[in-house]
Structure formats: C-alpha cells, structure tokens
Design a protein around this ligand. Sequence first.
Ligand code: ATP
Ligand code: ZN
Length: 303
Amino acid sequence: MSAVYDVEGFYAGLVENQLIYPTGVQGAYGRGAVFEDILRRFDALVLRTAEADGAEEMMFPPILPRALIEKLGYLENFPQLAGSVHSFAGSEARARELTGRLHDGQRWEDLLDPTAVMLAPAACYPVYPNFSGLLPEGGRLVTVLGWVYRHEPSPEPTRLQSFRMREYIRVGAPQAVVQWRDDWLARGLALLRGLGLPAESDVASDPFFGRVGKMMAANQVDQRLKFEILAPVISQDKPTAICSFNWHQDHFSAKFGIRQADASVAHTACLGFGLERVTLALIKTHGFEPEAWPEAVRQQLWS
Ligand code: ATP
Ligand code: ZN
C-alpha cells in the first residue's frame, strides 16, 4: 500500500473492502470475514511461536466482578476508561416509568442500578487472583484471549472501545520474570518484523488519570516498567502500539498474597498483543487484499 497515512482514507478503504462494518458508534465497528481470518491466523501464529513454553490456557468472560475492579484500584487510576454494567431491578411501577420515558423520548438510564460486574479493561486481570498462596517451583505461565473494554471513542480505526488481546502472564522469581519479559520483547519484535511490519520497541506509560497520574506515568517510564512494540498504521510520526509488556513488580502479588514456593516475594509481568491493531498494521503495510500480500508473509499465516 502507498506510504500515505491518513485516518479517513484508511477507514474508508477498510469499509469499502468489507473489512469492517460501521455501527454508528466510534470504536465499535464490526469485523468482516477477511479481517477475522487475518486476526485469528495471527493469534494462531503467536500460539505456535510460544507453544514450547507450555503456558496454561484460561478463558474468562468480558466482565469482571465489580469488587475485583475496586480492589485493583482501577477507578483511582483510570476512571475515564472504565465501563460499568447496569440493569433494571425495580418494581412494575418503575418499569412502566421506564417505558413511558422511552416513548416520550426522555432519558431513562437513571432508572437502572449497577450490577455486580463491570466490563473487563484488561484481559489479564481475572488471572491474578488464581495465583494466591504459594506458587509451584519455578512459578507459573498462563495465556488468555480476552475482549476488553475501554471508554475511548475515536475516529481512528486503531482506537476501539472493545477489542481483543492475546496475553501471556508470568509469575515467579523477580529475576526470572524480568528475563521472561526481556526475552519476549526480542521474540515479539522478531515475530512482527518477520511479518514485514516496520516494528520498533520503546519504553512507555499508561494513561493514568489527572495530575497525580502524570507523575505515576513518569515514574513508570523511569523504572522501565512498560515497553511497547509500535508500528506505523495511521501516522508515520506517531506509530501505533501493537504489543505491550508490563512488569508489575509485586503490585498484584501483594494484593492477592502470591508467594514463591519458598514463601519469598513473587513478581508478575504480562504481555499483550492487541489483535485488532496487529491486523490493521498488516493491512496498512501489505494492502486491503490478503491474496496479494507477499508470499513470505502469507506462508506464515496461511500455512
Ligand atoms: P495491563 O494488562 O497491565 O492493564 P496492557 O499492556 O494489557 O496493560 P495496554 O498496554 O493498555 O494494556 O494495551 C495492550 C495492547 O492492547 C496495546 O499494545 C494495543 O495493541 C492494544 N490496545 C490498547 N488500547 C487499544 C484500543 N483502544 N483499541 C485497540 N487496541 C488497543
Ligand atoms: Zn496485562
């Protein structure tokens, strides 16, 4: 594809080629068959690449207990991204009020009550509580594929409100966890470059809320706790993060009482491939029609 980067043109091309189906809400488009085929084949390639590591597979729904979100401090750090599930739990009279308001074109949402769940903002969050207690010798390695929600509506096709992450989560001795993160950073770069993506890695930070959040983000960069692999998709100057690596130190271990086999402190780290973003990076780099992609790329995905 031409090296022109513009949000509107790329979005229009994705729609024209039935790769995506707009729904009228930003960041909530549907995915077409070809888009899904690319995404699932990339995910399968990641799984093949990591097969020898023997990760345990877990699968969670795209909702999390409200109490878990509270315990994780998500609302202190990222209230602007959170999504909450509400439902109707009122009387018949209140139900009639709701339908009455709907028919009159009035707002009705304040008649709903919060449920016990919120939308999952990261695929790895439901995993950590399962590590509580003493770990087996050598720690554990888990993989999850999950839908995550983040309230960040945007016209950019790369910024979705709901998207999938393939995550790997490692828990164990601090040095082993950092080594695992470093090894995966090199492996992730090789994997993505092997698919023809001009990928680069960099230190990064999370979008913590507010003024205090700015300090937390600066601290995260200083301590080199987060890395990203980026590739140009909608801009040459501001490449898009397609894969993230987080070293949490003892953040989750302290919250969930996770210890090594000898009861010493355990660390955790996770990495996540943003599956829609990788798919979009491949489409931007190689074109709207996968049949015309370079043979070397096709062989890896369609073998
Ligand atoms: P943690 O799990 O510790 O919260 P994380 O690394 O899983 O952090 P992020 O770094 O915020 O979370 O996101 C991981 C990956 O998900 C990013 O590298 C990117 O590929 C993808 N991603 C993030 N936000 C969006 C979005 N709005 N739309 C599409 N993909 C996204
Ligand atoms: Zn994670």
